[in-house]
Design a protein around this ligand. Structure first.
Ligand code: TMP
Length: 210
């Protein structure tokens, strides 16, 4: 079973991904927790390039291709082998993020994004995707607070984008969710952490029984 969590900056998806991972693990379900960009040694190197605020000159095309390169490595090295073994995979962001950020946000051709998403993921599609949706202003202010406390210096290249960019990303995610209602579950990310965890688990429980 392949579960992904998506949303704009500061929507709380990483917290929920971790909570879901722990909930599955406590039920003795074989599960791994991973993320994009990152999730492999090579991917973490790519992540550094992608998130560094100093890399201002990174072009939209190069950014897009690095996301896909990261994914190709991640799928080949981690996701595909785990799914093959029958494990659950909880992933903090996956190919929908490229549609939302590089497609809707940066304006990369959506058909091209879809093609390369298919290529880098080897045709693997998440079984369920939770979109934690919230107004951009709320997400960004949470992300800023978190960065002040947690994030390593200079890792905020995406957070540094203006509000209009993040509006486009949010809109992109909502369009995606509309186009694949069977896979997406849209949740109100302004709700409390506990409530969101419960809502997510309600959707997961039938899959666990299967
Ligand atoms: P995060 O780990 O804090 O979510 O940061 C990853 C950043 O990378 C986030 O700003 C979204 C961005 N991103 C893309 O732009 N495209 C992608 O395909 C992925 C996976 C992430």
């Amino acid at each position: 079973m392949f579960i992904t969590l998506e949303g704009i900056e500061g929507c709380g998806k990483s917290t929920q991904a971790e909570r879901l991972y722990r909930a599955l693990k406590s039920r003795a379900i074989p599960v791994i927790f991973t993320r994009e960009p990152g999730g492999t040694r090579i991917g973490e190197e790519i992540r550094k390039i992608l998130l560094a605020t100093s890399n201002r000159e990174l072009s939209p095309a190069a950014e897009f291709l690095l996301m896909e390169a990261d994914r190709a490595q991640h799928v080949a090295e981690v996701i595909k082998p785990a799914l093959k073994k029958g494990m659950w995979v909880v992933c903090d962001r996956f190919f929908d993020a490229t549609v939302a950020y590089q497609g809707y946000g940066r304006g990369v051709d959506l058909a091209l994004v879809e093609r390369l998403n298919h290529f880098s993921s080897q045709g693997i599609v998440p079984d369920k995707t939770f979109l934690l949706d919230c107004p951009v202003e709320i997400g960004l202010s949470r992300a800023m607070e978190r960065n002040r406390i947690w994030k390593k210096e200079g890792e905020g290249r995406f957070e540094d984008e203006d509000v209009a960019f993040h509006q486009k990303v949010r809109q992109g995610y909502l369009e995606l969710a509309k186009s694949a209602p069977g896979r997406f579950v849209v949740l109100d990310a302004t709700r409390g952490e506990e409530e969101l965890e419960e809502q997510i688990f309600q959707h997961i429980a039938p899959l666990v029984k299967r």
